[in-house]
Design a protein around this ligand. Structure first.
Ligand SMILES: [Zn+2]
Length: 71
């Protein structure tokens, strides 16, 4: 399991290492994404998951996964 999760926030899919209990984020909660932006969690509707992936989060997530694989 990787130490981050994808969350729909601010019109995009961001990844965050700001892991909460049971991995649940409250709608409207502020979290820090891997792109270092402070974003507001949106409702995880089907449409929200179709939002564009944040390029910076995606890059950071790749770094984390590759680091995990090489361990
Ligand atoms: Zn992001």
């Amino acid at each position: 399991m990787h130490p981050f999760r994808w969350v729909p926030a601010d019109g995009g899919r961001h990844a965050t290492a700001d892991i909460r209990l049971a991995g649940a984020y409250a709608v409207g909660e502020s979290i820090t994404a891997l792109c270092r932006r402070s974003v507001t969690v949106a409702r995880g509707t089907e449409l929200a998951w179709l939002w564009p992936t944040c390029a910076e989060c995606n890059r950071e997530a790749h770094v984390l996964v590759e680091a995990g694989v090489s361990q």
